[in-house]
Design a protein around this ligand. Sequence first.
Ligand code: NAP
Length: 322
Amino acid sequence: MKRVQYDRHGGPEKMYFGDFDLPPVGDGEVRVSVRAAAVNPLDWKLRQGAMKLFTGRRFPKGMGTDFAGIVEAVGGKVTDLKVGDEVFGTVDFRKSGAFAETVLVDAGQVARKPSQLSFAEAASLPIAAMTAWVAIIDKARPRSGTRIFINGCNGAVGAFAVQLAISHGAHISGACGPASRASAAAVGVGRIFGYADRQAYAQYGKYDAVFDTLGTLDIGHGLSMLNPKGVFVDINPTPGRLIRGMLSRRYKLAFATMGIKHLPAIAELAGRGTLRPTIGLEAPFTDALSVIADAETGSRSSPGKAVLAFEGAGQAASIARR
Ligand SMILES: NC(=O)c1ccc[n+]([C@@H]2O[C@H](COP(=O)([O-])OP(=O)(O)OC[C@H]3O[C@@H](n4cnc5c(N)ncnc54)[C@H](OP(=O)(O)O)[C@@H]3O)[C@@H](O)[C@H]2O)c1
C-alpha cells in the first residue's frame, strides 16, 4: 500500500510516496482503511526530527497521525469493534503513518465516528481536540463564570479550547491574527486582541487561566495576567519549560497523548455539535506532499484544517504513475 514516508529527518523535500507492507494485525490492534487524514503541526515537527529521542532511528518512517476510516480487520482480543465500523483516531506518534491507504493502530486509540460527522470532520478532531481537552478540562478546570485567555484562539487547538471552555460556562478572551478575527468571534471569543496588543490583554480584569496554544506568550507576562490562584497552560514544551512545569503549581504543560482516554467523550461532544471542526482544505491523497508542505510553510491561503481524502485503488494507481 502507498503511504507518505521519509528516510531522513529534514524539510518537506524529504517526503515521498512509498510502498509499505503493514505487519499482521496484533491481538489488541485494528486495521483501518483510511478515508480521511488531517494535517497537524506535529506531523512536520516529527519529520524535522524534533522528537528524535522518542521516535528512534529506524527508517523509513510514515507520516501522519490523525485519521478516520473503516475497520477492515480486528485483532483477537478486540471485543468492542468489528469489521465495517466507522472509526476515527490517532496513531501512536512513535509509529506514525496515517497519511496512508491503511493504518494499523491500537484499538484503544480509536473511537466510533459520530454519524453526524463526515470522515474529514472526524479526522480533524483527535490531536487538536484531545490537547484542548487536557489543557482546558484537566488543567484550567472551567466552571460557570471562569475567565480564560487563549493565545492563538483560532488555531485547531485554540478553537476547540474555546468551544470546550464555553460549554462549561467560561468567558473567553483571546489573541489571534487579523485573518482569524471573524472566525474567532464566530466560535465564541468575547474579547479579541491582536498579538501586538499584549499589554492590553488583562485591561478588563485578570484571568483564572491563560492558555498559550502557540508558545509565543512570555511566561512571566502570562503569569502576571492571572488571579492569585490562576494557572498558565502551555502545549509547546522546551527542555526549560518541561522543568518549570514539574516545579511550578501555576505553570502547567499539557500533551495530546494524555488525552486518548477522552476520545469517546470528544466523539460524543462532536456528535452533539458542541465541538465543530473548521476544515479549510480538503484535497485528494495524491496531493499530500504539496498540502503538507503548504501547511508547514504557512503558504496555504485557505484558513482552517487541511485534510487529505482517500478514494481507493484508482488513487493508488495515480500515485504509482508519479
Ligand atoms: N503538546 C501537545 O501535545 C500539542 C498538541 C497539539 C498541538 N501542539 C502545538 O500547538 C501549536 C498549535 O497547534 P494547532 O494544531 O492549533 O496549529 P494550527 O491549527 O496550525 O494553528 C496555529 C495558528 O495558525 C493560524 N490558523 C489556524 N487555523 C486558522 C483559521 N481557521 N483561520 C485563520 N488562521 C488560522 C492561527 O494563527 P493566527 O491567530 O495568527 O491567525 C493559529 O493560531 C503547534 O505548535 C503544535 O505543535 C502541541
